[in-house]
Design a binder for this molecule. Structure first.
Ligand code: DGL
Length: 270
């Protein structure tokens, strides 16, 4: 039994999609969420810069005494989790492998689309992870960088968001993919727009639930779940690196409740 919280980290609001799945799968677990809103977006930055940001986030969360870290950001997960894992003394879980696994389980044809930030798409992390599980998979990838600011702004159903989606998702016209991986944790916030643009024949793959299942299995395997079998109130603490207001609006809308403990933190140079 381990009462310490789970750490969840993203550049902004995107990791909340993973937070929500974790909360549903592990309602007794406390969590510390960090959104690096002062430096969002990550997906347009170099691998070295994103790796440095991820290290600083991990060190900050280590000081919050987390027992496990979920890197709820594809861009950070795709630039090397190994180096991050070597720096901390708790397990680190990324989102790429669980997303690839979910995609391979969902596709019939083996033709899979991947959308993500430039950092994630350029890393080819999904292509490698999917091919490891299904070597004959045909993968078509498309970077959709404008989706992140639209999600951060909370423009989840606006005309402009539909227009942007139409332009990016023409990449899949004529390719007949039957599954598209939402390879950025911000994108499930735009699920309706993306789904309607791609049409009902295409299944959307959101890695959040697979990540939550992996975390649950790991904590169970290590006997490090909180208060096993004893109902209690989980305690969630949110940190952002810039003014909390905009994060709070989008987060409360997405989670459907008020966020009580939200603070600004500085993580630079951690
Ligand atoms: N939500 C993150 C991801 O999954 C980061 C997006 C960004 O900051 O560009 O890639």
């Amino acid at each position: 039994m381990n009462e310490r919280p789970i750490g969840v980290f993203d550049s902004g609001v995107g990791g909340l999609t993973v937070f929500k799945a974790l909360e549903a799968a592990l309602p007794d677990e406390s969590m510390v969420y960090l959104g690096d809103t002062a430096r969002v977006p990550y997906g347009t930055k170099s691998p070295e810069t994103v790796a440095r940001y991820a290290r600083e986030a991990a060190h900050f969360l280590a000081r919050q005494r987390v027992k496990l870290l979920v890197v709820a950001c594809n861009s950070a997960s795709s630039v090397g989790l190994e180096a991050l894992t070597a720096e901390v003394d708790f397990p680190v879980v990324g989102v790429i492998r669980p997303g690839a696994k979910a995609a391979v389980e969902l596709t019939d044809s083996g033709r899979i689309g991947v959308i993500g930030t430039r950092a994630t798409i350029d890393s080819h992390a999904y292509t490698h992870a999917i091919r490891e599980l299904r070597p004959d998979a045909e993968i078509v990838s498309q970077a959709c960088p404008l989706f992140v600011p639209l999600a951060e702004e909370g423009w989840t159903h606006d005309d402009v968001t539909y227009r942007v989606a139409e332009r990016y998702l023409t990449a899949f016209e004529g390719v007949e993919v039957d599954a598209v991986v939402l390879g950025c944790t911000h994108y499930p916030l735009l699920k309706d727009v993306i789904g309607q643009t791609l049409g009902s024949a295409v299944r959307l793959v959101d890695s959040a639930e697979s990540v939550a299942a992996e975390v649950a299995a790991m904590l169970h395997g290590d006997s490090s779940l909180s208060a096993e079998g004893t109902p209690r109130t989980a305690d969630h603490h949110f940190f952002v690196t810039d003014v909390p207001g905009p994060f709070q609006v989008v987060a409360e809308r997405f989670l459907g409740r008020r966020i009580e403990r939200l603070e600004r933190a500085s993580i630079e140079g951690e």
